[in-house]
Design a protein around this ligand. Structure first.
Ligand SMILES: Cc1cc2nc3c(=O)[nH]c(=O)nc-3n(C[C@H](O)[C@H](O)[C@H](O)COP(=O)(O)OP(=O)(O)OC[C@H]3O[C@@H](n4cnc5c(N)ncnc54)[C@H](O)[C@@H]3O)c2cc1C
Length: 349
C-alpha cells in the first residue's frame, strides 16, 4: 500500500500546484489521475492554445504552463499513479484509503479532490458487444506502448491523439493503419504531413473515408469490418484503438457521501474548501460555492488555503505560521535547497 500525507485526485493545474503548497509545509503528496499524462484540461483539451489570464504571464501556452508546474513541484517529489481512476473511498484508523480501478491502494491523512470536470472517460464506438473486446485488443488509452511492439494496429479517429499515436506506434508496430470517417483530419497539419510521408513509404496505411462497423473475434479482436464507399471491407488486426475523444463524468464522486450541488462538490469557501467529510477537500473546477469562477487561478488560490487547513488537521498540536518563500526559501524533499537572496540593503541612513 502506498502511504502519503495528502492524496491528490487529479493532476490538472490545481492538483499539481497543491503539491507545491503542501511541500512548503513539509507535507508529502501522491497524485492519482485517470489520464496517462499530467495537466488535466490544459494537456488533454487545449495544450497548444495560449492562456492570457495567468498572473504575471501575459501569454502562456497551456502545455507550457503544465511543464512549468511540473518543474516547480519537482523538489517535493510527489508520487504518481497515472492512467488509473480513483473509484473507492474508505476510512481506516483515522486515515483515508483510495482504491483505483486497477486496485492500487493509497493511504493518506487527507484527500484533496482536484478532479476538474470529473473523470475523463473515452467516447466509445457505437457497436454491439464491444464490452467483450475491451482489454482484449480493443484499447481506448495507451499506457505502455511496448504492448504494440511488432503487432498489427488499427487506429481510428481524426484528431491529434489519433495522428500522434499513429506516428509513435509506426516506429515499433508491425503495421499501423489509420482509419477516419472523413477525408480531412482535425489534428495538426504538420502531423498530417508526416503521416502522408509514411504512407508514401508504405509504412502506414491510411483508409478514408471509412467507418468502423464491427469488431470480430472469438475472445479477442481478430479483425474489424469497415464501410468504405458503401462496401464492407474486413481487415485482420491484433489491436483496434478508437481515439474519439474523452467525456468528463462526475459519477464516481457522487457515491462517496459528498454533498453535491450543480454537478460539483459543495465546499466551505468561507473557511478552507473542506467538504462535508472532515479531512476531504475539493479544489479547482470540481468544487462549487457561491461566486465560484472556474479558472486556473481560482484553483491555485484554493490549493494554498486548503493545504494550510490540511496542515492544521494533520498536526492539531503544532502552530502553523505563514512563511514567504522570499524569506524561507524552498527545502525540497529531494535534498535541493533554494536559498533566499540576502538583502543588500542592511543599513538605514
Ligand atoms: C478550451 C478551454 C480553454 C480554457 N481557457 C482557460 C483560460 O484561458 N484561463 C483559465 O484560467 N482557464 C481556462 N480554462 C479552464 C481551465 O482549464 C480549468 O479551470 C482548469 O483546467 C481546472 O483545473 P483542475 O486542475 O481543477 O481540473 P482539470 O484540469 O479538469 O484536471 C482534473 C483532472 O482530474 C482527473 N480526474 C477526475 N476524476 C478522477 C478520478 N476519479 N480518478 C483519477 N483522476 C480523476 C482528470 O483526469 C483530470 O486530469 C479553459 C478550459 C477549456 C476547456
Amino acid at each position: 500500500m502506498i502511504k502519503t500525507d495528502i492524496i491528490i485526485i487529479g493532476a490538472g493545474p490545481t492538483g499539481l500546484f497543491t503539491v507545491f503548497e503542501a511541500g512548503l509545509l513539509g507535507l508529502k503528496c501522491h497524485i492519482i489521475d485517470s489520464l496517462v499524462k499530467p495537466g488535466g484540461q490544459c494537456s488533454e483539451i487545449y495544450p497548444n492554445k495560449p492562456i492570457y489570464d495567468i498572473p504575471a504571464y501575459p501569454e502562456i501556452m497551456a502545455g507550457d504552463l503544465i511543464h512549468k508546474l511540473l518543474d516547480q513541484i519537482k523538489p517535493f517529489d510527489p508520487g504518481y499513479t497515472m492512467g488509473e481512476s480513483a473509484v473507492e473511498l474508505k476510512k481506516s484508523d483515522g486515515e483515508f484509503i483510495i482504491t483505483t480501478d486497477k486496485n492500487t491502494k493509497i493511504k493518506g491523512k487527507v484527500v484533496a479532490i482536484a478532479g476538474g470536470l470529473g473523470n475523463f472517460e473515452p467516447r466509445k464506438p457505437n457497436l454491439e458487444n464491444i464490452d467483450k473486446y475491451e482489454e482484449n485488443g480493443l484499447v481506448y488509452k495507451i499506457i505502455n506502448k511496448d504492448d504494440f511492439q511488432d503487432k498489427n494496429v488499427i487506429i481510428s479517429g481524426g484528431g491529434d491523439s489519433a495522428l500522434d499515436w499513429t506516428l509513435e506506434l509506426s516506429k515499433i508496430a508491425k503495421k499501423v493503419s489509420l482509419i477516419h470517417r472523413r477525408n480531412e483530419f482535425r489534428g495538426a497539419v504538420e502531423s498530417v504531413k508526416q503521416i502522408q510521408k509514411l504512407k508514401d513509404k508504405n509504412i502506414v496505411d491510411v483508409i478514408t473515408p471509412a467507418q468502423l462497423v464491427a469488431i470480430n473475434g472469438r475472445d479477442k479482436v481478430e479483425s474489424i469490418d469497415l464501410k468504405v464507399n458503401e462496401e464492407i471491407v474486413t481487415i485482420e488486426t491484433d489491436f483496434i484503438i478508437p481515439l474519439y475523444g474523452l467525456i468528463p463524468k462526475m459519477n464516481i464522486f457522487k457515491n462517496w457521501g459528498l454533498n453535491i450541488e450543480k454537478n460539483a462538490i459543495s465546499v466551505n469557501n468561507a473557511l478552507d474548501y473542506s467538504t462535508n467529510i472532515k479531512g476531504i477537500y475539493a479544489i479547482g473546477d470540481i468544487n462549487h460555492y457561491p461566486g465560484k469562477l472556474k479558472l486556473i487561478l481560482s484553483g491555485f488560490h484554493e490549493a494554498a488555503v486548503m493545504c494550510h487547513s490540511a496542515y492544521n488537521y494533520i498536526n492539531p498540536d503544532k502552530k502553523n505560521i505563514l512563511k514567504y518563500t522570499t524569506v524561507s526559501g524552498i527545502k525540497g524533499f529531494d535534498g535541493s535547497v533554494k536559498q533566499p537572496k540576502k538583502s543588500t540593503i542592511n543599513s538605514i541612513n
